[in-house]
Design a protein around this ligand. Sequence first.
Ligand SMILES: Nc1ncnc2c1ncn2[C@@H]1O[C@H](COP(=O)(O)OP(=O)(O)O)[C@@H](O)[C@H]1O
Ligand SMILES: [Mg+2]
Length: 260
Amino acid sequence: MVDKHIPDNTLLYLDNVTVSFDGFKALNNLSFLINQCELRAIIGPNGAGKSTMMDVITGKTRPDTGEVLFNQGSTRLSGGSIDLTRQDEAEVANLGIGRKFQKPSVIESLTVWENLELALKGRRSPFESIFKALSKEGFKKIEKTLSRIRLQDRRDFAGASLSHGQKQWLEIGMLLLQDPELLLIDEPAAGMTDEETFRTADLLRELSEERSVVVVEHDMAFIKALDCKVMVLHEGSVLAEGSLDHVQQNQKVIDVYLGR
Ligand SMILES: Nc1ncnc2c1ncn2[C@@H]1O[C@H](COP(=O)(O)OP(=O)(O)O)[C@@H](O)[C@H]1O
Ligand SMILES: [Mg+2]
């Protein structure tokens, strides 16, 4: 627990975070805040440090310098924050930070419902836990999640039968069952149809009503549909931030990213 005072509605706080790989700074004095129930889009050229930033938040990579604080619900009450640089990946997940990688980890031979059931019960022993009875609350929670991720009519279909977009939604649903306060999502729209892309933007906007969502993407139509604050990363720091219109007019952003 850290005593440092950060604004009350801040959920995630990064200050002067630097990560070097063999002297190359993948993150270079990166600082930003994410508010509670904020939806934030992050864009930037390949190599800008977007994935490294997520690695630092999730305890996968330790920064050389800088602070990464998480103002989790229970600690907000006591006025302290959690220093994420001192947690490992499992601890960060347990604190309520869910991360979705590009490649879905849905189990193809199980149905949509079974995948959600597993995510709810924990993955320690999949084949044992799938036969353990589900509580009434658990059942309701899965039903609510199914409708959230728009897969009610696919509940008894095998994971393998889902489209790429539906697999991504299922994976988001699996994360939601852990009740994260912060969801980190890397390039969800890649490989989706236009319709799936817009439905995903709607889904993430809905989800941010109850938790913060940070999404990295290159698809500008998707970013526009998210209709949220955009942050442009370049060479490991924030190059610009604001509305999409605002950053699209920034000459530096055009030079390093949009104009390419
Ligand atoms: N484990 C690593 N070892 C060495 N260099 C790395 C490592 N991870 C990332 N990098 C380098 O750090 C920079 C930022 O990478 P990354 O965070 O993946 O960028 P982005 O996700 O924005 O494309 C890149 O130049 C990449 O080659
Ligand atoms: Mg990346």
